[in-house]
Design a protein around this ligand. Structure first.
Ligand SMILES: [Zn+2]
Length: 190
């Protein structure tokens, strides 16, 4: 297994829709194994293909959930059915999200409280489950990556201003920034 560099905001692969996975071959299995390894070393709860520079519709996750779903898994070609997203202000303590491709920062954001996830497993077999609470949030965050969207693209006007300042200050307007889990310092201090 190989640890893959995680690309950062500004890399075009993060900002365009990913392509559906069509071959469930050894290359895909190798990619998934490397994503698990990278996810583990990054202390992340999820990792989407584009975050390791691969524009394919799949993500891995690691999350102890109360929905009876295996705590470690991969979803290929996911499709989400969402519950309602509240329009009230996000709680700045309880609803704070972060992203390995926007390292070191976090911002509050409302998400749907439940989702139904359908898609495929690593072998192409159909897969379907419900996710609630934070697990639902992880599913929404990772699927967004496959649509070329980062969570910062969903922030309210107040936090949008803040994240744009960060992008400027960090030089994340251009391609070329990345970090390697297990090699570079953990950006979230885990
Ligand atoms: Zn992310």
């Amino acid at each position: 297994m190989t640890v893959l560099p995680i690309v950062v905001h500004g890399n075009p692969v993060l900002h365009r829709p990913a392509a559906p996975v069509t071959s469930f071959d050894d290359d895909l299995k190798q990619l998934i194994a490397n994503m698990y390894e990278t996810q583990e070393l990054s202390n992340g709860v999820g990792l989407a293909g584009p975050q390791v520079g691969v524009g394919l519709r799949l993500f891995t996750y690691k999350f102890d959930n109360e929905d009876g779903v295996p705590p470690l898994g991969v979803v290929v070609n996911p499709l989400l059915t969402l519950g309602k997203i509240s329009t009230s202000e996000p709680d700045p303590e309880e609803e704070v999200e972060g992203c390995l491709s926007f390292p070191g920062y976090s911002f509050p954001l409302k998400r749907a409280e439940w989702v139904t996830v359908s898609g495929q497993d690593a072998d192409g077999n159909p897969l379907k489950f419900d996710a609630t609470g934070w697990f639902a949030r992880v599913m929404q965050h990772e699927t967004d990556h496959l649509d070329g969207k980062l969570y910062v693209n969903r922030l309210n006007p107040r936090y949008t201003k803040k994240y744009k300042k960060v992008v400027k200050a960090e030089g994340w307007t251009v391609d070329g920034n990345s970090w390697v889990p297990g090699v570079d310092p953990d950006p979230f201090g885990h």
